[in-house]
Design a protein around this ligand. Structure first.
Ligand code: ADP
Ligand code: MG
Length: 337
C-alpha cells in the first residue's frame, strides 16, 4: 500500500473546521451569513450556554431543495459561485462551501429546510449522516448545532470562559444586525432576549437597539463618494467614545471586514478631537466594484485585500472630517430623533 494516501472526508472536514470554526461565535457567523445569503427577512438566533450546548439559527429565506440538502454538507459545494470569473466578483457572503461540512463534522447538527412545499431534515453527527428524511417545515431553514467540539477536545480546552465566548457571539450578532438593518434579528441567550431589531431598514434604529438610545442620539450620518467608492453610515460625535477600537465597524460591499488602515482612516477623520486612548463608535458602509476586493484571502473572509485602500482611506477621513466640522455649527441637528 502506498505511504501517501488521500484522507477520508470526515478527516478533511475536521481539518477545514479547524480554520473556519474557531469558536462558537464562528458557527453563529457562518449560519447567520448563510441565512442572509438566502434572502431572509427574519433571522432568529438562539444560543444556550455560550453556544457550547446549543446554537440554533432559524431563517425565513429561500430554503434548500430536498435534492440539494445532502450536497450542502459536502466540502467546497456551494450554490453561490460556479466559475473562476464568479470568484473575481463575489456578491454573496459565502462562496467557499466550507461552513456546513465543517460544523457538521465537529458537532451534532440538524438542518430542517423547505423551499415552500415539502420539507427536509438532515441530521449529521461528527460528520456521519444519521438521518435524511421528509419533515414538516415552513419556508426557510433552521440549523441546530449541539455539542460543538465534542470530538475536538483540544479546541474545547482552548476556549475562554462562557462570558467571553458569549461576548464574541454578541459581537458577531451586533455586526450582522448593523450590516443588515433591512433584516429583523432576534437574539436570545438561555432564553433571554439580548437583541431585537425591527428589520425596517433604519440603521439608526439598529444602533439604538445595540448601543442604546442615548448613544444613537449622538451619532451623525456620514456620506461621501469618490472615484473608487460610495460611503454611507454613522459615526459618534467626538464626546461619545469608547476605550477600544472594537466599536468601529467597516462594511465593504455588505461584508464586515477587519482592516487596520481603514480603522485608522476613520479615527483620523476626528483630527485632534478625540482624547488619547479613546475611540469613536462608527458603522461605515463602503460600496465599490467587487472586482477591486479580493475576499479569498482567509477562510473566515474577514481579512480582505483591497487594491485601492489609500483612496478608501482618504474617502473615510475626509467625509468624517467634513461632517464633524459642520456639526459644530448645528449642534441641534439630531435633536428631533
Ligand atoms: P457557502 O455559504 O460558502 O456556499 P456553506 O457550507 O455555508 O457554503 O453552505 C453550503 C450551501 O448550502 C450554500 O451554498 C447554500 O446553497 C446552502 N445553504 C446553507 N445554508 C442555507 C440557508 N440558511 N438557506 C438556504 N440555503 C442554505
Ligand atoms: Mg456559508
Amino acid at each position: 500500500m502506498s505511504k501517501i494516501q488521500e484522507l477520508p472526508t470526515v478527516l478533511t472536514n475536521q481539518i477545514t473546521a479547524g480554520e473556519v470554526i474557531e469558536r462558537p461565535a464562528s458557527v453563529v457567523k457562518e449560519l447567520v451569513e448563510n441565512a442572509i445569503d438566502a434572502h431572509s427577512t427574519e433571522i432568529d438566533i438562539n444560543v444556550e450556554e455560550a453556544g457550547l450546548k446549543r446554537i440554533q439559527i432559524i431563517d425565513d429565506g429561500d430554503g434548500i431543495p430536498d435534492g440539494d440538502a445532502e450536497m450542502a454538507f459536502k466540502r467546497h459545494a456551494t450554490s453561490k459561485i460556479a466559475t473562476p470569473d464568479d470568484l473575481l466578483r463575489v456578491h454573496s457572503l459565502g462562496f467557499r462551501g466550507e461552513a456546513l461540512p465543517s460544523i457538521a463534522s465537529i458537532s451534532d447538527t440538524v438542518l430542517t429546510t423547505s423551499t415552500g412545499d415539502s420539507g427536509t431534515l438532515i441530521h449529521i453527527t461528527g460528520g456521519d449522516l444519521v438521518a435524511h428524511k421528509p419533515a414538516q417545515a415552513r419556508r426557510g431553514t433552521s440549523v441546530t448545532v449541539k455539542d460543538l467540539f465534542f470530538n475536538v477536545p483540544a479546541r474545547k480546552k482552548y476556549l475562554k470562559s462562557a462570558s467571553t465566548e458569549l461576548a464574541r457571539i454578541t459581537d458577531i450578532v451586533n455586526r450582522e444586525a448593523l450590516s443588515h438593518p433591512e433584516i429583523s434579528f432576534s437574539f436570545t441567550h438561555n432564553g433571554r432576549e439580548l437583541l431585537h431589531t425591527t428589520g425596517r431598514g433604519d440603521l439608526l434604529q439598529v444602533i439604538s437597539a445595540i448601543y442604546g438610545v442615548q448613544t444613537a442620539k449622538k451619532m451623525v450620518a456620514v456620506t461621501g463618494q469618490n472615484e473608487v467608492a460610495t460611503l454611507s453610515g454613522f459615526v459618534s460625535l467626538p464626546e461619545v467614545t469608547r476605550a477600544s477600537r472594537g466599536y468601529i465597524s467597516v462594511l465593504l460591499n455588505g461584508r464586515f471586514v477587519r482592516n487596520q488602515q481603514l480603522n485608522k482612516a476613520i479615527i483620523a477623520g476626528y483630527g485632534s478631537k478625540l482624547m488619547v486612548g479613546r475611540y469613536p463608535i462608527g458603522i461605515l458602509n463602503l460600496e465599490m466594484d467587487p472586482a477591486l476586493v479580493d475576499v479569498n484571502v482567509h477562510p473566515t473572509k474577514q481579512e480582505v485585500r483591497i487594491s485601492q485602500e489609500p483612496e478608501l482611506s482618504k474617502l473615510l477621513t475626509s467625509s468624517i472630517f467634513d461632517r464633524l466640522a459642520t456639526e459644530n455649527l448645528i449642534p441641534d441637528a439630531l435633536a428631533g430623533f
